[in-house]
Structure formats: structure tokens, C-alpha cells
Design a binder for this molecule. Structure first.
Ligand SMILES: N[C@H](CCC[C@H](N)C(=O)O)C(=O)O
Length: 263
């Protein structure tokens, strides 16, 4: 079974062209960083009846998610670099709807992708009780669920305690991705994330959009402006428009090709 390991700012997935009937189990197995290849999950790419291609994403715990920001940029790179298309404007079908990609290349390889991530739905902030104390979060839907908490200093963000507990907090019946955000200025934030189904990752594209949308709603950042989101794995540029649409621009990289023995 052939996989291509790719990453967006260190948020790494195993990409497979075609449908995988046992994707959930395979994601659990192959994501293991010792007994598997090591990744934050699996992403499958296949033809679509309604778009150029279709993607599905499975977290490291085998759960299927609706959307993946870093992943969809790599999907654009995958289909262009491997010759499935020569177009630089693509529509990708996801479980949370169609997303439009604009690919940028150097030579015949994609290096950077801009994605119309659709509308971010920002809800009223809510004070949640956790084992580690109360925390005010702003729920944001970016096709998948996020809980954004603003902190004074990102280096003190309680990732392994509060972040881990928020993932399965009863307030979010389907679980949630938890982001901790330090606002640097009106055009710059720092963000760390505990992802639903994968734990702490180096970056989260949908989470970066959710974080900017929450900061704009709180009047901490400016809408219609490029906001730099500084993540463990690098920087994303996010612009949230007046209608709530988030535009995300960032890199996509291929690490290696992998052959997995079918047992
Ligand atoms: N863990 C997420 C899916 C991956 C999202 C993230 N890796 C991104 O880049 O958006 C969820 O369960 O909703």
C-alpha cells in the first residue's frame, strides 16, 4: 500500500490516492511514531462527482474529521505535483463542503497554497469548568469545531492539562480542537493547539482561522487584514473578511514516499 508523507508546518499526514475501507484502523496504526510511520493521521484523495477531487481526513485516533486546513494545502500539492491535474485553481470536496484552492509553484512543484476556508461561525464566549479551573473559550466552527482561549503568555498555555481536557469537554458533544492564543498586536497572534483526535500538533490550519475569527470578534485583531499566525511549526497568513470568510495562505511540503506491507 503506497502512502506519501507530507506536512503543512509540521502538521504531518499520510496521503493515499483512492478510498481506504479500513482508514480508521490504519490511521491509528500508521500514525504511531514508533510502531507505525508516524503522523497526525491519514488523508485520502479520490475523484469527485461534484468537484475536482475529494478528500477525507482521519485523525491519529482513527476518528474522521470534516476538514483539515494544513491537509487540504497538501492535497493541492499532491494532485498537481503527481500530475493528476495541471490546473492551479482547484475545488476540493470535503465533508464540510467545497473549498477553493489557488496553487503557487516553483518549477513544476507546488510550494504555497491559498485556500478559501469558507465562513467561520463565531459563537458567544462561554466560561467552562475544568479540573484545572475555569476557562473562557470562544467556540468557532470552521467546518470543524474549535474552542479558542486567549492567554497572556503562550509559553504558559496549559496544553497537556486544560487543552487535553477541553478535547472531550461535555459542552462539545462531538469533541473539540482547543487553541490557546496570545495576541501580539492587531496583525499578529501566537497560537498553540491540542487537536481533537491527535493531541498537540505543530500547526492547525482550521484552528488558525478559528483563532483569528475569535480575535476579530473580540476586536483584538483587524478584519480584512492579513494576520500572521505564529505556530510551533511556522507561520500562516489568515485574512478574515467582513462576511466571516477566512482566507488561509501557507506552505505544503512532501517528505517521502512510503510502501506499507499489507498484512
Ligand atoms: N483534528 C481536527 C482535524 C484536523 C485539523 C487540522 N490538522 C487542520 O490543519 O485544520 C478535527 O478533529 O477537527
Amino acid at each position: 500500500m503506497h502512502f506519501t508523507k507530507m506536512h503543512g508546518l509540521g502538521n504531518d499526514y499520510l496521503y493515499y490516492y483512492g478510498e481506504l475501507k479500513n482508514a480508521a484502523v490504519l490511521s491509528q496504526k500508521l500514525s504511531d511514531r514508533h510502531f507505525g510511520i508516524g503522523s497526525d493521521g491519514i488523508i485520502t484523495i479520490s475523484p469527485s462527482r461534484t468537484a475536482d477531487f475529494k478528500m477525507r481526513i482521519f485523525n491519529a485516533d482513527g476518528s474522521e474529521a470534516m476538514m483539515c486546513g494544513n491537509g487540504i494545502r497538501c492535497v493541492g500539492k499532491y494532485v498537481f505535483d503527481k500530475g493528476y491535474t495541471d490546473r492551479k485553481k482547484l475545488i476540493i470536496e470535503t465533508l464540510s463542503g467545497h473549498r477553493e484552492l489557488t496553487l503557487r509553484t516553483i518549477g513544476n512543484k507546488v510550494t504555497e497554497v491559498t485556500v478559501d476556508m469558507g465562513k467561520c461561525i463565531v459563537y458567544k464566549p462561554v466560561l467552562l469548568a475544568t479540573t484545572y479551573g475555569k476557562v473562557m473559550v470562544t467556540p468557532v466552527m470552521v467546518g470543524n469545531p474549535h474552542a479558542v482561549a486567549f492567554v497572556e503568555n503562550i509559553t504558559d498555555a496549559p496544553m497537556d492539562t486544560m487543552g487535553k481536557e477541553l478535547e472531550h469537554h461535555p459542552y462539545f458533544k462531538n469533541g473539540v480542537n482547543a487553541e490557546f492564543v496570545q495576541v501580539i498586536d492587531r496583525n499578529t497572534i501566537k497560537m498553540r493547539v491540542w487537536e481533537r483526535g491527535s493531541g498537540i500538533t505543530m500547526a492547525c490550519g482550521t484552528g488558525a482561522c478559528a483563532s483569528v475569527a475569535a480575535a476579530v470578534r473580540a476586536n483584538l485583531c483587524d478584519k480584512d487584514q492579513e494576520i500572521t499566525v505564529c505556530l510551533d511549526g511556522g507561520r500562516l497568513n489568515i485574512k478574515v473578511l467582513s462576511d466571516g470568510t477566512a482566507m488561509m495562505t501557507g506552505p505544503a511540503e512532501t517528505i517521502c514516499e512510503c510502501e506499507v506491507e499489507e498484512k
